[in-house]
Design a protein around this ligand. Structure first.
Ligand code: NAP
Length: 217
């Protein structure tokens, strides 16, 4: 599948590398085609992927991952271009974190809205699925780093988009019964508001190789 990964940080590079390993045609997007992180990653995967601007990457794809800084995601997706996102599954991995007042970060949006909803509202023709934002970048594509059963979430307004996203998660190694559908895109509120707790768990255990298992009767 032709997949755009918008974002050159740890998350974008980890997801893009996994997608290349899985045999997908990956285009990584950045603010500029000359970005050091971008050209370095393209070199690392031995030319098995391409890099360009957010617009170049999105235009070359059938499915898009948003792995940009949450505070800048709307701008990055605007640069990608609404027409290049229309009709495509857009897996939103970003967290709306505001580091401007130091640590721990605040959320730029919460309670009655979420970044996932803002993205869906700004790009109504994209099929937004919020997922993977509740785990560390290494766990995203290698859930076996955390022993035992644990869960990952999907939410979005388009049922088929969620099942396409879930198929990719399965390719990443998430067992089908570990993928919990939380409902429509407004469920992104809870998934994003989990971040303050995730950060505390990281502080308590000193590792990002952690996740939650939802047990029920
Ligand atoms: N780190 C994790 O383990 C983890 C886990 C779950 C979710 N997340 C979320 O995943 C996303 C990516 O995280 P990350 O740590 O890999 O990278 P990041 O540093 O949060 O974001 C890097 C990307 O954001 C773009 N960006 C930054 N400022 C921008 C602006 N003003 N306009 C447009 N684009 C801008 C950068 O563009 P350039 O390429 O041009 O520099 C780069 O591609 C974040 O939303 C984060 O909260 C991270």
């Amino acid at each position: 599948m032709k997949i755009a990964v918008l974002g050159t940080g740890m998350v974008g590079r980890t997801i893009a590398t996994k997608l290349v390993e899985l045999g997908h045609d990956v285009s990584m997007g950045s603010r500029t085609a000359e970005s050091g992180a971008l050209t370095e990653w393209v070199g690392e995967v031995g030319g098995r992927a391409i890099g360009g601007t957010f617009a170049d990457a999105a235009a070359a794809s059938e499915l898009v991952f948003n792995c940009t800084a949450g505070s800048a995601s709307l701008r990055a997706l605007e640069a990608a271009g609404a027409e290049s996102l229309a009709g495509k599954v857009l897996i939103d991995v970003a967290n709306p974190l505001d580091f401007s007042q130091g640590m721990p970060p605040l959320l730029t949006v919460c309670n009655d809205e979420s970044l996932g909803e803002q993205i869906q509202a700004a790009f109504p023709e994209a099929r937004v699925v919020k997922s993977l934002n509740t785990v560390n970048h290494l766990v995203m594509t290698d859930p076996g780093r955390v022993p035992g059963d644990h869960h990952v979430f999907v939410c979005g307004n388009d049922e088929r988009a969620k099942s396409e996203a879930a198929s990719l998660l399965e390719e990443f190694g998430w067992p089908p019964d570990s993928i919990v559908d939380l409902g429509d895109i407004s469920a992104a509120r809870g998934a994003e508001m989990y971040l303050p707790l995730w950060l505390r768990l990281y502080g308590a255990f000193g590792t990002g190789d952690l996740n939650i298992e939802v047990r029920r009767a």
